[in-house]
Design a binder for this molecule. Sequence first.
Ligand code: HEM
Length: 134
Amino acid sequence: MQPAPSAASAYPVAPAPGLYEAFGEQAGIRSLMDDFVQRLRSDARIGDQFKNTNLPNLAKSLGDQLCQLSGGPCVYKGADMKTAHQDRDITKAHFNALVEVLQDSMNARGIPFARQNQMLALLAPMHRDAITVR
Ligand code: HEM
């Protein structure tokens, strides 16, 4: 049976075994996302897009999303990716910049490169819905 459509299951790719654990489970993912949103806000390429954002709330949403995607026991309850981004001007370059910022955060936490790529593979299909300017 197909899973019910939801923000995370709209991208039905199974996580690599052990991915959630490799990210330090909930505590690791939460602290990674706290760092990530700070880096996003201060990034010269995309920081302005987050100037009115409640960063702790965004970190919570992202944390739930990555926890769920990576096989953890969380349920992301925020907007689906299309709805969350449709009123913003987001290009492929913006998307790539966000991925680079996430890589910076993951590197700072010492997450192994292969594990980083397994997480990025789960996020990559979201480009369809997050990029609004083509
Ligand atoms: C894989 C890529 C991405 C993921 C997983 C992602 C995820 C999310 C999530 C979970 C939310 C919160 C939705 C909610 O809580 O209802 C959000 C909001 C947002 N995203 Fe993304 N996003 C991605 C790409 C991007 C890109 C490339 C940009 C622009 C550079 C962007 C800009 C924003 C903005 C401005 C918001 C609203 C923040 C606010 O509440 O003020 N996102 N995104």
